[in-house]
Design a protein around this ligand. Structure first.
Ligand code: BV8
Length: 235
C-alpha cells in the first residue's frame, strides 16, 4: 500500500448512523419525514421559523445524547498516528470532536451552535431555540437561528477545502450518498489533482463510478479495518 502524505476525508450521515443519528436519504431517513424545503432552506425559515426551530430543537436534543462509534474513533486514531489528515464533514453533529479528531471542517455547520442574523455573533448552543430567544450579544429577538448551512446557502470554508483538494494525495469519502453539492463534487476535484480516491459506504453512492477503489459495509466495520491497513502500510 503506497504511503500518503496529505489525506482528505469527507464524511456524511452514514458515519454517524451507528451512533443512532438518522441519515437523510435512506428509506426511513430525515427527508422521508420532513420536507427539506420547509425545514432546511432560508425561505422555509422565513415562512415558518417555529417549524424550523422545532426541527432543529429535536435534532439538537438528540445530539446532546449520542456518542461516537468505532468509525469516529478510528479516524481520530488515523489523524493521531498517521498525521497529514484533515476531515471535512457534512455532519452537524459533534461526534468527530468527541472521538478526538482535531483537524476538522464542519462545511454544513454545527447543530450545537447558533448565530444571530442581526449581529452575526456565534454561540455554543445546547438548549432549545425559539423566535423569542434573545441574542446573548445584541439582545435582539427573532434573529437567532441554528448555525447550519441550508440549501441555497454557501457552505463554510470552501476556499480552504479547495486548497486541500488541490494538494491531497488521497481522498476518502465515507458514509455519504453523493447527492449534495458542492461536497459531491470533491472527488472530481481530488482526482484532477492526481489524488487516489476511495469510497467507504454501506452501498455505492451516486458518485461511485468516480472512485479508484470502493469498500462497502457498515462504517464501524470497514473504517477501523481501513485505518489498520493505512497504519500498517506506514510501518
Ligand atoms: C450551495 C442542513 C451555492 C444541515 C443540508 C451544483 C453545485 C452547487 C450547488 C448545487 C448543485 N446542484 C444543486 C445544488 C444545490 C444544493 C444541492 O446540492 N442539492 C441537491 C439535493 C441536488 N446544494 C446546496 O444548496 C448547498 N449550497 O450550493 O450554495 C454554492 C455552491 C458552491 C459554491 C458556492 C456557493 C448547500 C448544501 C447543504 C444543505 N444542508 N442540511 C442539516 O440539517 O444537517 S443537506 C444534508 O445533506 C446534510 O447536510 C447532509 O450532510 C448532506 C449530505 O447528505 P449525506 O451526509 O450524504 O446523507 P445521506 O442520507 O444522503 O446519505 C447517507 C449515506 O450513508 C448513504 O449512502 C447510506 O448508504 C450510507 N450509510 C447509511 N448507514 C451507513 C452508511 N454508510 C456506512 N455505514 C452505515 N452504517
Amino acid at each position: 500500500m503506497p504511503i500518503y502524505d496529505r489525506i482528505v476525508v469527507l464524511t456524511g450521515a452514514g458515519l454517524s448512523a451507528e451512533s443512532g443519528v438518522s441519515t437523510f436519504r435512506d428509506p426511513a431517513g430525515i427527508w422521508a419525514k420532513y420536507d427539506w424545503r420547509e425545514v432546511a432552506t432560508p425561505e422555509g425559515f422565513e415562512r415558518n421559523p417555529d417549524a424550523v426551530h422545532d426541527f432543529y430543537n429535536m435534532r439538537r436534543r438528540l445530539h446532546t445524547s449520542i456518542t461516537p462509534n468505532a468509525a469516529h474513533f478510528a479516524l481520530a486514531r488515523l489523524e493521531a498516528e498517521h498525521g497529514g489528515v484533515v476531515i471535512v464533514t457534512q455532519n452537524v453533529d459533534a461526534l468527530h470532536e468527541a472521538a478526538g479528531t482535531k483537524s476538522l471542517i464542519h462545511m454544513h455547520g454545527e447543530a450545537l451552535k447558533a448565530f444571530c442574523s442581526y449581529c452575526a455573533s456565534r454561540h455554543a448552543w445546547h438548549i432549545d431555540l425559539a423566535t423569542s430567544t434573545p441574542c446573548p450579544s445584541c439582545a435582539k429577538t427573532g434573529g437567532m437561528r441554528p448555525d447550519v448551512v441550508w440549501f441555497g446557502e454557501t457552505p463554510y470554508d470552501l476556499g480552504r477545502i479547495s486548497d486541500l483538494l488541490l494538494t491531497c494525495d488521497l481522498f476518502v469519502s465515507i458514509g455519504t450518498s453523493g447527492h449534495v453539492y458542492p461536497a459531491a463534487g470533491f472527488v472530481t476535484e481530488a482526482k484532477a489533482s492526481g489524488a487516489r480516491t476511495i469510497e467507504l459506504n454501506l452501498e455505492p453512492s451516486q458518485g461511485a463510478s468516480l472512485f479508484d477503489e470502493a469498500i462497502y459495509g457498515p462504517a464501524t466495520d470497514v473504517v477501523p479495518r481501513f485505518v489498520e491497513r493505512m497504519l500498517g502500510a506506514n510501518g
